[in-house]
Design a protein around this ligand. Structure first.
Ligand SMILES: [Zn+2]
Length: 125
């Protein structure tokens, strides 16, 4: 699964406004508009804004914002930290017993949550 804006794989995508826009549109289901006339794939530095004009939250870089992503699916998610960093996992809907299928790993909890949430939303491992 690659970012629709810059093409970077979800497991490699760093925290950025680009990733935040991806989360906002696909996980949080917010309407996204772009502040530049340039095609979005030519300018990943474009400032992403919502249609209401408020700046998209820093989901991939701020734990309070990332927690809202996690709380959009609280029954499906777990998160932990070990010596390798943070891991966030979602399981597929309707699966019993649950299998932790959609895993995001990162050095920060917020980035791990965002990586796992994209995979869970798109149901790709
Ligand atoms: Zn991107």
């Amino acid at each position: 699964m690659n970012c629709p804006h810059c093409g970077v794989h979800v497991d490699e995508h760093e925290a950025s406004s680009c990733f935040d826009a991806w989360i906002a549109a696909d996980v949080m289901e917010l309407a996204i508009a772009y502040s530049s006339e340039k095609a979005w794939y030519e300018d990943v530095e474009t400032t992403f804004v919502t249609l209401l004009g408020s700046k998209i939250k820093d989901y991939s870089g701020d734990i309070a914002a990332a927690w809202q992503v996690l709380m959009a699916h609280p029954e499906r998610v777990t998160i932990w930290k070990d010596k390798d960093g943070w891991t966030c996992c979602f399981y597929a809907m309707g699966e019993a017993p649950p299998i932790w299928r959609y895993k995001g790993k990162a050095t920060t909890a917020h980035l791990a949550i965002c990586r796992a949430a994209i995979k869970a939303t798109k149901e790709c491992e």
